[in-house]
Design a protein around this ligand. Structure first.
Ligand SMILES: [Mg+2]
Length: 95
């Protein structure tokens, strides 16, 4: 278990969270994404780092609730993403 998974697992156990909390956890992810967007627009690096950490934490908690190995999936998807190099007119990288 990684340190990320350990923190998320401890949070889930401490708060008695389970699959019935997946919808609420999804809203937590959206909330943290909004806070990160606000920090980006305001340009404060400390706030950006804190809100990005909050966002990652909520994602790791979601992975715990779903019982998915998000780090293995991250590596697999990253290998796929590294094969992409075409940039759209909006700047997004895609196949
Ligand atoms: Mg936050």
């Amino acid at each position: 278990m990684t340190v990320y998974e350990d923190y998320a697992n401890r949070f889930v156990e401490k708060n008695n969270l389970g699959p019935e909390h997946i919808s609420v956890q999804f809203m937590c992810i959206v909330e943290e994404l909004g806070e990160f967007a606000k920090a980006l627009s305001e340009g404060d690096k400390h706030d950006q780092a804190c809100e990005l950490a909050d966002l990652l934490f909520t994602v790791f908690v979601m992975a715990e609730l779903l019982s998915v190995d998000v780090l293995t999936s991250f590596i697999r998807k990253s290998e796929i993403n590294l094969t992409k190099s075409n940039r759209t007119s909006a700047g997004k990288i895609k196949k």
